[in-house]
Design a protein around this ligand. Structure first.
Ligand code: GLC
Length: 550
């Protein structure tokens, strides 16, 4: 069994990873085909986003059958081949369990709609109030979070799309069904799970309007959340079977994340939270742009790193996933300093306390899509917000500017394997346009260049294996008031590590008196190796790491 603290996870969005069948949509056989590439990168686990039967309104996060593979991704046999080939390479597979909601095409929902009371209680149906929905809560994808069903004269709750109906976790039979699904996949040899928006599953006893927000305060980290997670882990044997588990925590608090991930609580191995990815949201609103607030970013990281450590909790550390824009386009500079900014950002994350996650394409410096036509977008959230922003009176230009920065499709464009047609992703027409920069940004080009972003990631992944301090060391913030440099120390037994990262595209000088003593050597840098000195001028986006043992 692997130690998840010493591990690195690679996230695959199968639809966009590699298409073996040639229909323009990535598939499981495509992942198997690329296992050697992933092995070579050094990763330990693959988190694969949902490939179960689904109408694909939210690209698989709307599951219609948790035990079957959607034919667009292949067959159960393809999955079994993938799992056994991964195992040969000592790579574990983590599946993505969407347990807050099901697709409205799921058999349970269909039976509920047919009036079967047993299944109706699997969901959250409520009467409206004076011809209005039961509450004024807002769906995460825009609009009210309740959908009216005429034949019952009731509404069902959907925190996401109206085709994603929230499950009623108060119902013990729902919880039993979900545990059975976990057991089913564990018997197929998976090594772990990522739980989708798992901190939203416990809804309040009373449903009331939110007059100061969108409703999230009533159901985020809800009243029975810890009880539910403990029960799920216990009844499915997640911990006794050595599963690695990560919960996606939406708008959570540190206090809860400590409880979710402290081993004594027996809930999950670790949490994702997103506070550090809201520092460029104006007024906390995803669809309002602002530059990255670097001091806020620093303070969030420092607070969470030291706080989780004090509570013996554990976080996933990451910049990218299938819901986030590409980090190099977001906090880096994909035009003038692609290599420097990508490697600087990678250094910051990988050497923090937590398990690092790499999202497909991040390791080769893939950028935002910069689509210029709404017809290029596929994501339900982007399409909804295109309309909403229009209704708010924004001009087309403004809307495209926002989508080019915020759309989830930015990270979903096909993986760029080589400079051939469709970036070598597929022989068919890709379901989402390939980024035209595939001619220069692709894995083949990276593999041929010893100085590439890819090899730098490989080094970071390898360092975690070699140096215990990266996995187990304490985190100590350094240069907290510096407005350009992100810096921290790690301390473990007789070892020390110092990380300096210039977050900006211009030189900056830092004073390090009192921060270090003799004996440090340069372990890693995205420029050229250098000595640690009291005063150092860092190059644009320079990252430099020093290490000392005794
Ligand atoms: C999570 C997923 C996202 C999905 C949503 C609803 O946030 O990462 O892609 O749309 O949950 O399942």
């Amino acid at each position: 069994m692997k130690d998840f603290k010493k591990s690195c996870v690679y996230q695959i969005y199968p639809k966009s990873f590699y298409d073996k069948s040639g229909d323009g949509i990535g598939d499981l056989a495509g992942i198997t085909e690329k296992l050697d590439y992933l092995k070579d990168l050094g990763i330990d686990y693959l988190w694969i986003t949902p490939f179960f039967v689904s109408p694909q309104n939210d690209n698989g996060y709307d599951v219609a059958d948790y035990r079957s593979i959607d034919p667009t991704y292949g067959t159960m046999e393809d999955f079994e081949t993938l799992a056994s080939e991964a195992k040969k390479r000592n790579i574990g597979i983590m599946l993505d369990m969407v347990f807050n909601h099901t697709s409205t095409e799921h058999e349970w929902f269909q039976k509920a709609m047919a009036g079967d009371p047993y299944y109706k209680d699997f969901y959250i149906f409520k009467k409206g109030k004076n011809g209005q929905p039961p509450t004024n809560w807002v769906s995460k994808f825009g609009g009210n979070a309740w959908q009216y069903v005429e034949k019952f004269d009731e509404y069902y709750l959907h925190l996401f799309d109206k085709t994603q109906a929230d499950l009623n976790w108060e119902n013990e039979n729902v919880r039993k069904e979900l545990v059975d699904i976990l057991k089913f996949w564990m018997s197929k040899g998976v090594s772990g799970f990522r739980f989708d928006v798992i901190n939203l599953i416990s809804k309040p006893a009373v449903f009331e309007d939110d007059f100061s927000g969108d409703g999230r305060r009533f159901y985020t980290d809800g009243p029975r959340i810890h009880e539910f997670l403990k029960e799920m882990a216990q009844n499915s044997g997640l911990n006794s079977n050595g599963m690695i588990t990560v919960g996606e925590m939406s708008s959570t608090t540190m206090e809860h994340c400590i409880r979710y991930s402290n081993p004594d609580e027996k809930e999950l191995s670790m949490c994702f939270n997103f506070h550090h990815l809201k520092v460029d949201y104006k007024n906390q609103q995803k669809w309002e742009l602002q530059d990255c607030d670097f001091m806020k970013l620093k303070s969030i990281f420092n607070t969470w790193q030291t706080g989780m450590q004090a509570g013996n909790g554990w976080n996933a550390v990451f910049w990218c996933n299938h819901d986030q824009p590409r980090i190099i386009s977001r906090f880096g500079d994909d035009k003038n300093y692609p290599r420097e900014s990508a490697t600087m950002l990678a250094t910051m994350i990988h050497l923090m306390r937590g398990t690092p996650y790499i999202y497909q394409g991040e390791e080769i410096g893939m950028t935002n899509a910069y689509f210029t036509d709404i017809n290029q977008y596929r994501d339900v959230e982007s399409l909804n917000y295109y309309q909403i922003l229009k209704e708010e009176g924004k001009s087309e230009d403004e809307i495209y500017k926002i989508l080019q920065e915020r759309s989830r499709d930015n990270s979903r464009t096909p993986m760029q394997w080589n400079a051939c047609e469709h970036a070598g992703f597929s022989t068919g027409t890709p379901w989402l346009s390939v980024n035209p920069n595939y001619q220069t940004i692709n894995t083949e080009a990276c593999l041929a260049d010893p100085n590439s972003i890819l090899y730098y990631y490989k080094k970071l992944v390898a360092l975690r294996k070699e140096y215990d301090i990266i996995a187990y060391g304490d985190y100590v913030p350094v240069l907290e008031d510096n407005t350009s440099v992100f810096a921290y120390k790690r301390v473990y037994q007789n070892e020390k590590l110092l990380v300096l990262a210039n977050f900006y595209g211009k030189e900056t000088t830092v004073q390090l008196d009192g921060i270090f003593e003799d004996g440090y050597e340069c372990l890693l840098t995205n420029y050229t190796k250098r000595a640690l000195e009291n005063e150092m001028t860092l190059q644009p986006y320079e990252a430099v790491v020093f290490y000392k043992s005794n």
